[in-house]
Design a protein around this ligand. Sequence first.
Ligand SMILES: NC(=O)c1ccc[n+]([C@@H]2O[C@H](COP(=O)([O-])OP(=O)(O)OC[C@H]3O[C@@H](n4cnc5c(N)ncnc54)[C@H](O)[C@@H]3O)[C@@H](O)[C@H]2O)c1
Length: 351
Amino acid sequence: MHVLVAGGAGYIGSVLVPVLVEHGHRVTVLDRLYFGNTLAKLAAEVGPTRLNVVRGDTRTFDPKILEGVEAVIDVAGISNDPSCELEPELTKSVNIDGGKRLARLAHEAGVRRYVYSSSCSVYGHGEGLGLTEKSGRHPVSLYARAKAEIEDHLQELQKTPRGAGPFEIVLLRLATVFGLSPRMRFDLAVNVMTKNAYVNRRITVDGGGRQWRPFVHVRDVADAFALAILADARLVAGQIFNVGSNTNNVQILNLAFRVRDAVPGTEVAHAPTDPDLRDYNVAFERITRELDYSTKRTIDDGIREVLQAIKDGQLDPDERRWYTLKQYVFLREAERAMADMGVDGRLLSAG
Ligand SMILES: NC(=O)c1ccc[n+]([C@@H]2O[C@H](COP(=O)([O-])OP(=O)(O)OC[C@H]3O[C@@H](n4cnc5c(N)ncnc54)[C@H](O)[C@@H]3O)[C@@H](O)[C@H]2O)c1
């Protein structure tokens, strides 16, 4: 199958794309490469007929790259609350306008399957434990509201008739992801706590730590996307699936204790308030029951692998690109400097 992965060089994408290539799919990646081209080595190894990485933007890309594409996976966009708050208009243009444009062009190009990376954060401040796909959405941030808007848009788009046959959308509401990726993220709870425990011997828990959060390993997420592009349309078209596992729902304080147990000598400190208002405990039975999917990795597996990678020096915990907000702040500053001081697209060199 020819699959286009928008955002394929990101944290999830750079674990997902090798899985798709390994499964024998032909993959085109469309990505701004804001965090670097994490797929360059694989692309060179397998060649352009199996993996083609296109530097481009969902808001402006040439629709020709969708010719012959059978499935689109959208994992592009600004990927956490604080980065989305940085410049709300920019976030709307990337996460909403870009997401809608990609879907519309895929619909027009005759793409059959369209899988979207939604988030359990659409549940926001959840009502009760064990939220299912039918529970109400209460997004508490611009990031999560944009996810909800794209979910609704895709449901509508699927109903729009076209000559090229059915347009099958699948909405995957991902738990908060953890684990190693070539585009590492040290702004996701499991990863950052592990890093802070090892580097500072201290973890800070905000607002009491009673808030619930579900977690899922990045490789398990990749497997869910790989399944969603191939699953029987009767099971998945127009459907929403929470992606994660019931046992990986934990309260933040409990997560901190698990990390502390893995890194002896770590102190768990408390900050009185939590800027993050999310609190949700999610049920993951549907994807298991209907698609025979189950996660294979635990939170403790994730803590262990991240810890080992830092200990082995495989990862520099200070690298700016591993912190989404820092990288977007840097890119914004660079863009401003270019606008103020650039000559022929250059700042220091003379061309
Ligand atoms: N990581 C999680 O815990 C998690 C949980 C739920 C949902 N999601 C969603 O999954 C998706 C992927 O998340 P991630 O953790 O891999 O984030 P990420 O920031 O690592 O990856 C996003 C990728 O999108 C690219 N991108 C940004 N704007 C673009 C544009 N306009 N055009 C093309 N490419 C663009 C970036 O360069 C980056 O490679 C996001 O939509 C995110 O909201 C992530």
